[in-house]
Write a protein that binds this ligand. Structure first.
Ligand SMILES: Nc1ncnc2c1ncn2[C@@H]1O[C@H](COP(=O)(O)OP(=O)(O)OP(=O)(O)O)[C@@H](O)[C@H]1O
Length: 628
């Protein structure tokens, strides 16, 4: 039966959270599949503390059962293991985990389970440069597939946004939404494919009390429609606490209470730990879990709940030994997942790789258009640096007395083309990585589709900014008026930019912004040393020669020199009495370059680019698995 959802559109501007007033509004998209009963037994989580530092047991042989159509709170003091338990139940954390998770009475099939569940992280990992509508439409295109008609997708989006009180913010950029609105959008995005199970890590953190109760009452409604909704929550107010149907209290990685919310007071009385009058039971139970009333009280509670195994305090209507309920839905669930896998052959994702790439390219294009750093600033920086370098070395390109200056200019161009794209990638990718982890785990797209799309989407801005830089520097500094030489100069610049970006991607995929910003330039210094600029390639000590083969800057510099001075360039002008290097051949001999290595350098750069790109893909794949 369809249930009723309760949000009314605000009537005028101002703080909308104060105006989302319950009203009658039908949320027709009820779960079409059977409800999900989650049971877990003997869950142990052991975290590795690092090389030779041993291990730490975080969760201790936990048991528990979460029923469908209930809003469940995992509560406990900070560090009790709430997020860890949620990660394990959602299937996000798989390393270091022992014990079993049962879905409708049968061992969980992680793939089938992921198809019907979603995980909403504590920090709202959203694309700030997309509007609410754009975010929703990308999610719909990725999660509903191409067989769903556009109009149907829009109806679904409208319904969800209206339900969650976001309809009037459709055109607002996500970055400008309030904390509560962002939280609701995070939920809205995952509701698009109508999951049966929702896991939310601290959905109320950072929200004011009204937004908190709105968020929880929304979850309550969604749960009562047949979904199983599990949230971690820190220390709810008394009124918020009452909104949950079921509570699971954790302390020191063990279960102190599991049962209906209204049974917690009788439970505490039975334990001879009565909740003081006028005291919020949630506060009191957290005090107990913290050990404020003594360690023996914690131990006593763990024994009484059998570490989560006891079902005594579940609501009275619950019948644990209903075999029909335990098996039948699971059979249907398996059937659904089988029939689904017959019609969709895209791995865990709902749509084909081609569609994923298409949608991600569309999203990438919108982001690039609005991005101040990656697009506008990048174009501006290239323009200004090119003009400044051009003016500094004005007209020196064909002047025999300034050959060494011109060589310095080529090196400066090399460093610019390396540093700017590398640093931008190192600084921006870790934020993208957080969103990628969430969206990839929630099966929006495969890593391959994501990687292909970020490689393609950046091409126009990269090519335009590199071309702008190259042509300005080339013309202002008076390099040879030869279109072939310019093309050679531009091609080397573009390859250096791409190699540097891939290098930045490798660092950004593994390290955070702080470590990445340190490592990027630090690792680039030896590469500069081996470029053959300070110490030329002939004078490089034998035992360090290998460095010149692996430094992509060496191929860049050699390629530039070949483009400008190689291939039989004529003697240059000389406006003073004596120009030592007016003969390009003499200059090339002096810097130990032959000037005819352009194609070798180009191929070497291409190979390094392909190598770095492939490596960054594998590092990304490894990182995504390693965090789990
Ligand atoms: N990979 C890890 N290595 C070492 N310790 C870990 C690791 N993961 C979790 N822990 C520890 O396990 C404990 C539980 O962490 P968890 O994040 O689950 O707590 P929590 O109850 O969600 O806390 P909070 O409410 O503060 O978020 C903490 O003491 C944490 O330091």
């Amino acid at each position: 039966m369809d249930s009723v959802i309760v949000y009314q559109k605000p009537t005028s501007g101002g703080n909308d959270s104060a105006k989302i007033v319950p009203s009658v509004n039908k949320f027709s998209r009820l779960p079409e599949r059977s409800p999900v009963d989650i049971q877990f037994e003997n869950i142990v989580y052991t975290a590795s503390l690092g090389f030779r530092k041993g291990k730490k047991k975080i969760l201790h042989e936990l048991h528990g059962r979460f029923l469908p159509s209930q809003l469940i709170a995992i509560m406990g003091p900070s560090g009790a293991g709430k997020s860890t338990l949620l990660d394990i139940l959602s299937g996000y954390r798989i390393t270091g985990v022992d014990g079993s998770v049962l879905v409708n009475g049968q061992e969980r099939n992680l793939e089938a389970f992921r198809r019907m569940s979603c995980y909403i992280t504590q920090d709202d990992r959203l694309h700030p440069l997309l509007t609410v509508q754009e975010n929703m439409s990308v999610a719909a295109d990725l999660k509903l597939g191409v067989h769903v008609h556009e109009q149907e997708k829009n109806d679904i989006i409208d319904e969800i946004l209206t339900t969650l009180g976001l309809a009037e913010h459709k055109k607002t950029l996500t970055g400008r939404l309030s904390g509560g609105q962002r939280k609701r959008l995070s939920i809205a995005l995952e509701l698009i494919n109508n999951p049966l199970v929702l896991f939310l890590d601290e959905p109320t953190t950072g929200l004011d009390s009204l937004s908190c109760s709105q968020c929880v009452s929304l979850l309550q409604i969604l749960a009562h429609q047949g979904r199983t909704i599990v949230c971690t929550i820190h220390q709810p107010s008394a009124s918020l606490f009452q909104m949950f149907d079921h509570v699971y209290v954790l302390g020191q990685g063990r279960c102190l209470y599991q049962g209906a919310t209204h049974n917690i007071i009788p439970y505490l009385e039975r334990m001879e730990l009565p909740c003081p009058q006028y005291h919020n039971p949630a506060d009191y139970v957290i005090e107990l879990a913290c050990g404020e009333h003594g360690q023996e009280k914690i131990d006593k509670m763990v024994v009484c709940t059998q570490n989560g195994n006891s079902l005594t305090w579940f609501k009275s209507s619950f019948n644990a030994s209903d075999p029909k309920r335990a098996v039948e839905p699971m059979v249907r669930m398996e059937d659904e997942s089988r029939s689904k896998s017959k019609e969709v052959k895209h791995g865990l994702q709902e749509t084909s790789q081609w569609n994923q790439i298409k949608v991600l390219l569309r999203r990438g294009y919108i982001k690039a258009k609005r991005d101040q750093t990656m697009t506008h600033l990048r174009l501006l920086v290239n323009f200004f640096v090119a003009v400044m370098l051009g003016l500094l070395f004005y007209g020196g390109g064909n002047e025999g007395s300034r050959t060494l200056d011109n060589y310095n200019l080529l090196f400066a161009c090399l460093i610019h083309n390396m540093m700017t794209p590398m640093m931008i990638t190192i600084l921006t990718f870790p934020t993208e990585m957080m969103i990628l982890q969430k969206e990839h785990f929630n099966r929006w797209y495969s890593l391959k589709s994501y990687f292909i799309s970020i490689t393609i989407v950046d091409i126009p801005v990269t090519v335009v900014s590199c071309f702008l830089f190259s042509i300005l520097v080339y013309l202002i500094s008076g390099q040879p008026s030869d279109i072939n030489r310019f093309n050679m100069f531009f091609s080397i610049s573009l390859l250096i930019v791409y190699v540097a970006m891939s290098f930045g991607l490798m660092i950004g995929a593994i390290f955070d912004v702080v470590n990445g910003t340190f490592l990027g330039p630090t690792l680039s210094v030896p590469l500069m040393m081996f470029a053959g600029y300070g110490v030329n390639l002939r004078d490089m000590p034998k035992y360090l020669k290998w460095g010149t083969y692996i430094s992509y800057l060496r191929y860049g510099l050699e390629g530039y020199v070949s483009a400008i001075y190689g291939y039989g360039r004529d003697v240059m002008d000389c406006v003073v009495l004596y120009c030592h290097y007016k003969n390009p051949g003499k200059f090339l001999r002096e810097i130990a370059m032959t000037g005819d290595q352009y194609w070798n350098d180009l191929i070497a750069l291409l190979i390094i680019f392909i190598l770095f790109r492939s490596l960054s893909y594998f590092l990304l794949r490894w990182k995504i698995k390693a965090v789990r």
